[in-house]
Design a protein around this ligand. Structure first.
Ligand SMILES: Cc1cc2nc3c(=O)[nH]c(=O)nc-3n(C[C@H](O)[C@H](O)[C@H](O)COP(=O)(O)OP(=O)(O)OC[C@H]3O[C@@H](n4cnc5c(N)ncnc54)[C@H](O)[C@@H]3O)c2cc1C
Length: 485
């Protein structure tokens, strides 16, 4: 990269926090998804003012930049495609305030999700959105992706728990969007920013709403001999007016991987498992647990277990939260899809997933937020085998098309990023996309901030812009010291 620009970045953040050598920046070519691209450089600012100074330096040299949290994103959002630098929030990781009486927390964007609840717990409070990646992902990434989690069925996703965001705009100005109160007059600019996938600026502080820890929690495990029966139980529970804290499903392949990894005592001969949290006031909770257990049995559950204590409950949830990583036990590689359908379409949609599995000759495990109709098919492949990577991408595209055909959406919570940008026309008209583009331009007129994300490139959904096998988006990355990606 240009030495004068490198020197300017070093002057802002210090030499230690401006990374330019291939060895230093290699790890930033990845996120949790399938795309790879080497950034020009990586800077790690230590304050909002340093972020703003870096952004202004980028503006002066017309250089593009990409905000990055922990890099656990699953749609390539934090990947610097083309010539761009990465601005990492790794050093912006302080919890600035827990204001228990007002039930809010003021945090920097690099704070790890689980650390917010850990800090709030002594006050009887928690931060509700709990992605399975909560031990690693950051609040900045959660805001950018409007992340969901196991307990978002009852309480809403990230947008329901963020009151205000301090932002460095793509021009390098510093603004507050929203504030510390439940509503701020005028346009809901925090609402616009949440879910914008890092294309409208860089969050440098956030005001989070904290919620009371429920008085009582019970966890049930429903064991089913067919996925149809399990999905019917999901719809029946919600139709009875019960909204569980969490309502998750795993199929047999996912359960086999989780058992091999965590040993949570799950029955590996079942076709499907439901994991259900019932939480709230102690009074009446047992009754709700009994009702949910009965609904499961009425819909064909062969067994319903209730966790006896916190340790059993934690083990069951550890199994669910480890499900993605557990795929490594049964496959060299996997590709996570993310789509939403109306709950009533779950049985038919799982048949669509099975059809994609048969068509492309790849195993697909299902583990997902069943209560929300948010599917996560895990497409298993081996990138060393010719054509498997491309077949995995094609299977993913078929699944997304089926989601839209069934009245759903191409993403539930993982975002569009690079991975799904060419699938946007499945769901949106050119007029819809142009309207979104005008909104982006109001914040980010020169497209310097996280370029190339969300908007289609003209390829077809599933048609790859990547190098087969490596997932690399450019030759420089593919050639990176002959490294296997
Ligand atoms: C095993 C596993 C399980 C997962 N489970 C879930 C789940 O249950 N629910 C769910 O929703 N997601 C889940 N994810 C996806 C991922 O963890 C979330 O999208 C998470 O919010 C990403 O956070 P991050 O800090 O890793 O962000 P990154 O991957 O670093 O970035 C994601 C996006 O956010 C932008 N960004 C990051 N920080 C900022 C900032 N400060 N300002 C502006 N933009 C920013 C980036 O530019 C990028 O577009 C899972 C991922 C893995 C690997």
């Amino acid at each position: 990269m240009d030495v004068r620009f490198a020197a300017a970045l070093e002057a802002i953040v210090g030499r230690r926090h401006a990374l330019t050598t291939p060895q230093e920046i290699r790890a930033y070519a990845y996120d949790g998804g399938v795309d790879r691209s080497l950034p020009l450089a990586v800077v790690l600012p230590g304050s909002t003012e340093e972020v703003a100074a870096v952004v202004r330096a980028c503006r002066e040299r017309d250089t593009r930049f990409v905000p990055r949290g922990a890099g656990t994103g699953l749609s390539g959002g934090a990947i610097a495609a083309g010539d761009a630098i990465v601005i990492s929030t790794a050093r912006l990781c302080r919890i600035l305030e827990i204001d228990a009486p007002n039930r809010i927390a003021l945090v920097e964007p690099g704070v790890v999700n689980a650390d917010v609840s850990a800090a709030a717990r002594p006050h009887g409070l928690r931060y509700v959105p709990d992605p399975s990646s909560m031990a690693a992902c950051t609040i900045g990434g959660n805001i950018a992706e409007n992340s969901g989690g196991l307990h978002c069925l009852a309480y809403g996703v990230t947008s329901a728990h963020v009151l205000g965001i301090r932002v460095v705009t793509p021009d390098g100005d510093i603004e507050w969007l929203g504030g510390k109160t439940i509503d701020t007059p005028g346009y809901d600019l925090a609402g616009v920013f949440i879910g914008s996938e890092g294309t409208l600026g860089i969050a440098t502080q956030a005001v989070l709403a904290l919620s009371p820890i429920p008085e009582s929690v019970q966890t049930l495990l429903g064991v089913f001999d067919s996925t149809d029966a399990a999905t019917a139980a999901v719809s029946a529970i919600i139709a009875r007016g019960i909204v569980p804290g969490a309502l998750e499903m795993m199929d047999a392949l996912a359960t086999a991987a989780v058992e091999a990894d965590v040993g949570a005592g799950l029955p590996t001969d079942a076709a499907a498992l439901l994991l259900i949290d019932i939480e709230g006031l102690s009074d009446g909770l047992e009754q709700t647990v009994d009702t949910v257990a009965s609904i499961c049995r009425e819909n064909g559950a062969r067994e319903v277990r209730v966790a006896k204590d916190g340790a059993q409950r934690d083990l069951l949830w550890k199994g669910r939260k480890s499900a993605f990583g557990a795929m490594g036990r049964i496959s060299p590689d996997y590709y996570v899809q993310d789509g939403v359908i109306p709950r009533s379409q779950l049985p038919a949609m799982l048949r669509d997933v099975a059809a994609a599995s048969a068509k492309y000759g790849l195993r697909i495990a299902n583990v997902f937020h069943a209560g929300d109709g948010n599917l996560h098919p895990l497409i298993l492949f081996d990138k060393q085998k010719d054509g498997e990577f491309d077949r995995a991408l094609a299977a993913g595209a078929d699944i997304l098309q089926a989601c839209v055909a069934r009245g759903g959406s191409i993403s539930g919570e993982h975002g569009i990023g690079l991975e799904k940008r060419d699938c946007m026309p499945l769901q949106f008209t050119p007029e819809d996309l142009s309207f979104m583009d005008r909104l982006k331009s109001a914040f980010n007129p020169d497209d310097r901030c996280n370029p190339g994300k969300i908007f289609p490139t003209g390829r077809r959904c599933g048609e790859s812009a990547r190098t087969a096998k490596s997932g690399a988006l450019d030759d420089r990355t593919a050639a990176l010291a002959g490294e296997p990606f």
